[in-house]
Structures are given as structure tokens and as C-alpha cells.
Design a protein around this ligand. Structure first.
Ligand code: SAH
Length: 328
């Protein structure tokens, strides 16, 4: 169901989010205006073939062939016919790039509708009003000079890009620089946030890079965003600690690694609760003076896809596709 902020254009959507009090601060507004959702929401109805032809490199295919055989013979037969997810830790291919205009497999999606939209692989991009809420909750942490931000379950890369722009505008505001189109000067660049996106679905990670290349290429050219295909529950220890952590999928329990990788004085925003059940979005603040202390604040009830094993999500997507085929 579409929520109340829907618009016909990105600007109209942002205007409505502001009118409804979901966007409160000028920097969040600027970031939402600077990152057009049309580059991130695939247009069309999901194709049932999308999973049977994952874009795997030769190396990935080789890795798949070496996967452990399953215990029972029937399971082996089923596995032989079911497409396997590409190995999460295989190197990213250079982004061959499905062009935005070619994404005709998602016909019913409207980028400016205030509702979650299917992005393939059993995942959704969250509704704009929830994303606005998350951006507001993390705004002051992302806006710290030189902040490091982790976006777990980065999906389309939309929020990853929003966070990067949000930090940029916060610094510019404190500089009283008004020209948002001007190239970022080197002195400011060192203080810009670096945003690290992780998603375990490799084709989504590749698409997210392509999306950002189309919408905000400076974020890639200036290495202000980075992605990897991996299990996000493990965080990204090489770049920890993080001033802000956003998790875009619901966890039963907050992953320990993420709590550990949150900087003292940092904030994590994460949906908690069972798949398809009662979930709540919470903000967790790590105490600056006593880092063993975490304070959790409930924000609102939500419905997110689960933070789960890749194999579980892949299987779910395959089942969803089969159900879709049976209906046809
Ligand atoms: N913030 C994203 C939300 C995508 S939906 C957006 O707005 O586009 C949630 C994402 O979490 C999916 O892309 C899914 O693939 C990912 N995900 C689920 N479990 C994960 C895990 N264990 N590690 C990494 N990503 C995960």
C-alpha cells in the first residue's frame, strides 16, 4: 500500500515527505533532492528468469561447482537443477551495467511512490518515508567530519548514496558554502564521510554501483562510497569503528560484530524482529565514556525483509518465482 508522501517526481516526493514532517532538516532534504530515486528503483514486474541467469564470471561458476555436496541424494538432485547464488566472496566483476532503460522486468514499480518496491532477489527497496526517518536519525552522526558509515543490506545503494550526500551537505552548511554543484575542494574532501555498503547478493551490489554511477558519479570517482558482496552480519572490520551503522534488513538479534564495530558515541539504526512478524525500528547509541553501555530507543513498527543467510534468501526468491509462474 502506498503511503501518503507519494509524488510524480523526485522533487514532489521530497516536498511531500517534508510537508508530512518526515524530512525535518535542510541537509536531509538536500540529500533526497540530490539522489533521484529513478536510478535505483527498477521499473517493471519481476521476471521469473532473473534468478536462473545470475551474472556470474567464469571464476564464480567454477566456485559453484566446488560447493559441498548435500547429504541426501534427493537434495543433490534438487540442488543440481536449482541455480546457486554466486559465492559472496568472489571478486566483483567490472560493472558491465544493465542500463536503467533496459530494466523492463520490473514494470509495476514507481520510483516516486511511497511504498516498498521489489528489486529482485527476494529483496525490496524500503519506502521513502522509512528511509527519510533513518536518514534523520543518523544525520548528526554522518555529518561528523571524517565520519565512517556502514550500510548493511545496501540493496539498491540508494541509502548509501543518500548518506554520502547528507554528510557532504552537512559539512558545506557548516562552511556556509552555498554552491552545491561546485566540485568538492581537497580540504573538504578529507572530511567527507566514507560510506561502506554491504549486501550478500552479488548482482545487487553490482547494480548498486551502476545505479550510483548514473545518479551521483562523483561518489564513485572520489571513492566516497565502497561496496562489497558479503555477509553484512559480520560488518566490515577493516574500516571499523563506524560513527553510524544502518541496517536495511530485520535481525532477530542485533549481530554482535555490528555492536562491536560501532564507535563509542556512535549510533546504529536497525529493524529488529522475526520475518513477517512484529518488527520495530530501533536506534542504538553506544556510550562514549562507557563503551560497554548501549542505549536502545524504539522508533516505530516496521516490516523489513530478514537479515539472513544468502542461501535462505536465494531459495525464497526461487520459490517466489515458481509461485509467480504457477499463477500465469
Ligand atoms: N537499504 C536497501 C534495502 C534493501 S532490502 C535499499 O533501500 O535498497 C534488504 C537487503 O538486505 C537486501 O538487498 C538483502 O539482499 C540484504 N541482506 C539480507 N541479509 C543480508 C546479510 N546477511 N548480509 C548482507 N545483506 C543482507
Amino acid at each position: 500500500m502506498a503511503w501518503r508522501a507519494s509524488g510524480h517526481t523526485n522533487a514532489e516526493l521530497v516536498h511531500n515527505l517534508k510537508r508530512l514532517g518526515l524530512i525535518e532538516s535542510p541537509v536531509v532534504e538536500k540529500a533526497f533532492l540530490a539522489v533521484d530515486r529513478k536510478y535505483f528503483v527498477p521499473v517493471g514486474r519481476p521476471a521469473s528468469v532473473s534468478l536462473s541467469t545470475p551474472s556470474t564470471s567464469g571464476q564464480q561458476q567454477q566456485q559453484q561447482q566446488h560447493m559441498e555436496p548435500s547429504a541426501s541424494a534427493t537434495a543433490q538432485v534438487r540442488e543440481a537443477s536449482a541455480p546457486q547464488p554466486p559465492a559472496a566472496n568472489a571478486p566483483l566483476s567490472v560493472f558491465p551495467g544493465r542500463q536503467h532503460e533496459e530494466r523492463d522486468e520490473f514494470a509495476q514499480n514507481d520510483p516516486y511512490e511511497d511504498s516498498p518496491q521489489y528489486i529482485g532477489y527476494y529483496a525490496t527497496i524500503s519506502a521513502p518515508h522509512i528511509q527519510a526517518m533513518c536518514a534523520e536519525l543518523l544525520r548528526s552522526h554522518i555529518g561528523r567530519p571524517g565520519a565512517r558509515v556502514l550500510d548493511v543490506g545496501s540493496g539498491t545503494g540508494y541509502l548509501t548514496a543518500i548518506f554520502a550526500k547528507l554528510g557532504e551537505f552537512t559539512l558545506q552548511l557548516s562552511d556556509a558554502t552555498e554552491d552545491i554543484a561546485a566540485p568538492t575542494p581537497a580540504t573538504t574532501r578529507a572530511l567527507l564521510p566514507r560510506v561502506f555498503g554491504i549486501d550478500h547478493v552479488r548482482p545487487l551490489v553490482e547494480a548498486s554501483l551502476q545505479n550510483i554511477r548514473l545518479s551521483n558519479p562523483e561518489l564513485i570517482d572520489e571513492q566516497r562510497v565502497a561496496f562489497k558482496a558479503d555477509d553484512g552480519r559480520l560488518g566490515w572490520p577493516e574500516y571499523a569503528p563506524f560513527d553510524a551503522i544502518h541496517v536495511g534488513a530485520a535481525a532477530d538479534v542485533v549481530p554482535r560484530a555490528l555492536l562491536e564495530q560501532l564507535k563509542p558515541g556512535g549510533r546504529m539504526v536497525i529493524p529488529i524482529g522475526p520475518e513477517g512478524g512484529d518488527q520495530k525500528l530501533v536506534a542504538i547509541d553506544r556510550d562514549e565514556t562507557d563503551p560497554s553501555k548501549y542505549i536502545q530507543k524504539d522508533i516505530t513498527g516496521v516490516r523489513y525483509v530478514p537479515l539472513c543467510d544468502l542461501a535462505y534468501q536465494w531459495q525464497g526468491a526461487l520459490n517466489a518465482d515458481t509461485e509467480e509462474e504457477e499463477k500465469l
